[in-house]
Each structure stands twice: as C-alpha cells, then as structure tokens.
Write a protein that binds this ligand. Structure first.
Ligand code: ADP
Ligand code: ASP
Ligand code: MG
Length: 403
C-alpha cells in the first residue's frame, strides 16, 4: 500500500520524538508499504516564529510571514530524512514547492490550486521514503505560501489525493477523534468511525484535531483518513462516508471554539444591498463570517451581529469602520469575551428536540445564550467564554456521550 503519514507538532516536538517517528515509518516500510511522510514544525515553533515577526511589526507583510513560518516545517522534514537515512533507509525531504503544491496568493491562508506530484512519484518509484514539509506551497509566481494554522493536515490529505494513496494517517497526541476534546472532558469517548460531514462540522466549529479544510478535501477526494496517536499502537478513528457507519448516534460530538469574536453593528442604514456590500467586502478579504443575525432597529435602521475568528478581527474591524466613516453604520462594538459551543450529529436530521435539550442544559446551568445558529447536523451557541468548559461538560452529559 501507499500510505501518507502526517506527524503533528507534538509528535515531532523534540529530537527523541523525531527518532520515534523515524522508527514508526521504518516499521511501516518493513511491512512492505511505501510511505510519504508529511511533517509539522516542532510544537511551539510556529508560534515562536509568529512572535518574532510581531516583535518588529503589528502588520508584517503576509508574504514575509509565510517565508518565515514555512521554515519550521523544513527543519523537521530534513531532520526526519537524516534520521531515516541513518537507520539505513533511503529517504529524502522536499519543500512544498518540490512536492508540486501550487496555491493561490492569499498569504497565510492560501488555498491549493493544483498539485503536480511528478518529483514525488519518481522518488517513490525508486523506492525512496519522501518526507514533505507540511503547511506550505508556492503561488503561481513562485512565492512561498502557507495554508493556514493546522495546515499540515491539508498538505497530507492533498498529497494523498494527488498520489492516489491507499490511506492517509494523521498522527497526533490523542488516540483518535473523541466525543469532545479529552483535555476539557476526561470522560470523552473515542469514536471508532465518524462521517466526513460530522468531522467537517466539528473541525470548523473548533475541534482543532483536524484542520477543517483537510476534512473537506478528504470528503471530496474520497481519501481514507485515519486519526491516531504517534505515541501508542491503539487503533485510531476512521473518517469515512456516512453510509459506512451502521450505528448513527443522535449527537456524535461537542466542539468548542474559544477563538471567536463578536461584531455588533447598530444603526445600519436600511437599504437594499447593504448586507451584500458589508459581507462582500469581508469576503473579498477572506474573512470567515459565521452566525449572522439581522434584527430591526428602533428607527428605520437595522442591526447586524456576527462572529469572526479572533485572528481576523483586526481586518474585519478596519472594514466595518470604513462603513461607519461614510455614515452607513452608526455604532460598532467588538466583544472578545465570547466563545462558541456546538453539538454535532447526523442523527439530528431525523430527530426533533435536540436543540431544545441544549438550550435547557444552558438554562439549568444558568448560562445565558447570546446567539444561536443551526444547520441540518449542528446547533451552535455563543456564550461567555468563562462558561466554556462548564457548557461543554454539561452538554456532554446531557447527550449521554460519556456512557
Ligand atoms: P497536531 O499538533 O498533531 O496537529 P493538534 O494540537 O492540532 O495536534 O490537535 C490535537 C488536539 O486536538 C488534541 O490534543 C486535543 O486536545 C484537541 N481536540 C479538540 N477536540 C478534539 C476531539 N473531539 N477529539 C480529539 N482531540 C480533540
Ligand atoms: N505548524 C503549523 C501550525 O502550527 C501547521 C501545522 O502544524 O499543521 O499551525
Ligand atoms: Mg493540528
């Protein structure tokens, strides 16, 4: 089999752990498989580099940030190739460029446009283990780009798709996908399988165990995706098509996103096209909007409330303030003390009362719900961040996920 194995930051967190990863890959190769490894930067490294850039500027050029951040993954890729070679394997490392990953030019959150796996394929055919630096590609003009935080997951899935690999294994510091973050609720249970759609919701709603775009792509390309631990041999969680899962729980998991901020606009001029103008401008700047609520104001104006990821708040602020400057919005306010708690499950499609149960749980805990949004398979609530863990644990028990 051709297997893409991705190792996250903790799994390559120090030199001993890189050796541990090398041993794992060598063992897979010994079983007769071909391996393409994709690696993250050593844990903490990307944050450290972000801090370095922030030392010099509040608004460093994004292209420079990408040049800087992409270095973290190169360090681990080359070290891993050296360790593998030293053990007698033929291995070599590749940057995103050499791996043929071409992206758009949206620096720090680029999207993959195409992959030309010819160099990788040639090395695989020669019997080499290819180690690819995750999280990065180049744009059409050849400048280095990065794929957004957690982006090595996306590199792995995209390469698995391009190489038509039999399996894509994401090695991390937990043994699989749990009913909620096991660091918040120790009673969380590991799932044997989860559908692409549920995983996509969980990942988009804050469960950082997989980057959301990697799940989206895995679904699109039908990649066999498994999440498991690099520190044990325990079976992981298979992310697969809904029809491959016999038992469909009502609720599969609870996600928490602490990195959300709320933007409230009041006295928004009420004219056709205003929402399109504001959200169009935000979209043009690749800002991810969620949970939009529009309500009628006292006079002829309207109010608009929505959430954005915390690290996109400054960009979003600049845009909404420009509407305020020309008198189309009267008041703006920003709230960083909120979080978003969500329950996810395909079973919701065919059952009623799931959302009501969540609201009742919040009421019992005396937690005020600020905003609500629902889709076919999820219910999200914005609450004060200080209640985040209490809300997650209470919901986990409401839906008997610890049973
Ligand atoms: P890596 O560095 O390997 O990419 P991440 O830190 O990005 O790892 O993701 C793994 C972390 O995701 C776990 O340590 C865990 O705290 C967190 N997590 C959040 N939600 C879940 C969940 N539902 N199941 C498992 N882990 C989760
Ligand atoms: N090193 C990058 C990050 O910390 C990418 C990744 O680990 O997936 O976000
Ligand atoms: Mg990750």
């Amino acid at each position: 089999m051709l297997i893409v194995q991705k190792f996250g930051g903790t799994s390559v967190g120090d030199l001993d752990r890189i050796q541990n990863v090398a041993n794992r890959i060598a063992a897979t190769v010994k079983k007769g498989h071909q391996v393409v490894a994709v690696v993250s930067a050593m844990s903490g490294e990307t944050n450290k580099l972000v801090g370095y850039a922030d030392h010099f500027s509040d608004t460093p050029a994004r292209a420079e940030v990408d040049m800087l951040l992409s270095s973290g993954e190169r360090v681990t890729a080359s070290l891993l190739a050296i360790a593998l070679s030293e053990m007698g394997n033929s291995a070599l490392s590749m940057s995103g460029r050499r791996a043929g990953i071409v992206t758009d030019s949206v620096h720090t959150k680029a999207r993959i446009d195409s992959i030309d796996p010819q160099y990788m394929q040639a090395e695989i055919n020669k019997g080499n283990i290819v180690v690819v630096a995750g999280f990065q590609g180049v744009d059409a003009s050849g400048r280095v780009t990065t794929l957004g935080r957690g982006g090595s997951d996306l590199s792995a899935v995209a390469l698995a798709g391009a190489l038509e690999a039999d399996l894509c294994e994401i090695y991390t510091d937990v043994t699989g996908i749990y009913t909620t973050d096991p660091r918040i609720e120790p009673k969380a249970k590991k799932l044997d399988k989860i559908s692409y759609d549920e995983m996509l919701e969980l990942a988009s709603l804050g469960a950082k165990v997989l980057q959301n775009r990697s799940v989206e792509l895995a679904k699109k390309l039908n990649v066999n995706l498994v999440t498991r631990s690099s520190f044990s041999d325990e079976e992981g969680t298979l992310i697969t098509k809904e029809e491959n899962i016999m038992e469909k729980p009502l609720v599969s998991g609870i996600a928490l996103d602490r990195n959300q901020a709320r933007i409230s606009l009041a006295g928004v001029i009420d004219r056709p096209g205003i929402a399109s103008d504001i959200f169009g401008k935000l979209a043009e700047n690749s800002i991810n909007i969620d949970m939009i609520i529009q309500t009628r104001g006292h006079d002829e104006s309207t109010n608009l409330d929505f959430t954005v990821p915390m690290n996109e708040l400054n960009d979003a602020k600049e845009i909404v303030e420009s509407f305020k400057a020309v008198g189309e919005i009267k008041y703006t306010s920003y709230d960083e003390s909120i979080c978003k708690v969500s329950i996810v499950g395909v079973g919701m499609k065919s059952h009623t009362g799931v959302a009501a149960k969540a609201f009742k749980t919040m009421a019992t805990e005396n937690i005020n719900i600020d905003m609500i949004s629902t889709s076919e398979i999820k219910v999200s609530m914005v609450i004060l961040e200080k209640y985040a863990e209490l809300a997650v644990r209470s919901l986990h028990s409401t839906y008997a996920l610890d049973q």
